[in-house]
Design a binder for this molecule. Structure first.
Ligand SMILES: O=C(O)CCC(=O)C(=O)O
Ligand SMILES: [Fe+2]
Length: 212
């Protein structure tokens, strides 16, 4: 398993202040050659699925592939369905440790998305499912094609659209009240013909099955 140098949290991060939340962006969490290797191996090894979503009473396939990994029992409901956590792949565990050092916290699960090309996307949303608790920290690692990440305030229209290009091997951290006040999306980008893989590490509060 490869080892790469640890980042000093606030030294290597770019702080992005928004009304209602703050982001930390680490452009080079993972060195390029390691990021190339991870992109190829994860794209091949992950058990990709294309989930369904209900829009205006119609069942549609979401415009991307995804998968849910985590510790045993770290299940998650998203877009109206339950994801049972698959066991961590060694490469996902290595990235998780790197991300935990950069963030100073631990995660028990990850949603992995594959945007096959610029016609795949994720629409406006907040990651505010009850399993995540209030003010969750969500750490998002990007591999492959550079794609634009857009942010808007839920109620203050004058704040306008904010955007950031997420590069190969980067880490974006959403935390504090970010999910309360802001929504984010990854729009379609017709010119992009390469794949992008995104891993959002999360901490879900596992339900107590046998309460005392
Ligand atoms: O692909 C991305 O950068 C964002 C993914 C995302 O927002 C999510 O999975 O909740
Ligand atoms: Fe999200």
């Amino acid at each position: 398993m490869s080892q790469y140098p640890l980042l000093e949290p606030d030294r290597d991060a770019l702080l992005i202040n928004l009304p209602g939340g703050q982001l930390r962006y680490f452009p080079h969490l993972i060195p390029e050659s390691e990021a190339d290797r991870l992109m190829a191996s994860l794209q091949a090894e992950i058990s990709w699925e294309q989930s369904d979503i209900w829009i205006a009473g119609q069942r549609r396939k979401i415009p991307r592939l995804n998968a849910w990994y985590g510790d045993a029992g770290a299940d998650y409901s998203y877009s109206g369905r339950l994801f049972r956590a698959l066991s961590w792949l060694p490469d996902l565990k290595t990235i998780k440790q790197q991300v935990e050092s950069a963030c100073g916290t631990v995660f028990n699960s990850a949603l992995v998305n594959l945007y096959r090309d610029g016609s795949d996307s994720v629409d406006w949303h907040s990651d505010d499912e009850p399993e995540l608790g209030s003010n969750p920290i969500i750490a998002s690692v990007s591999l492959g094609a550079v794609r634009r990440f857009q942010i808007k305030h839920k109620s203050r229209r004058e704040v306008g659209l904010r955007e950031l290009d997420l590069g190969h091997g980067s880490l974006l951290v959403m935390e504090g009240e970010f999910q309360h006040h802001l929504r984010h999306r990854l729009p379609k980008m017709p010119g992009v013909n390469k794949a992008r893989l995104n891993i959002t590490f999360r901490r879900v509060h596992v339900a107590t099955l046998f309460p005392q």
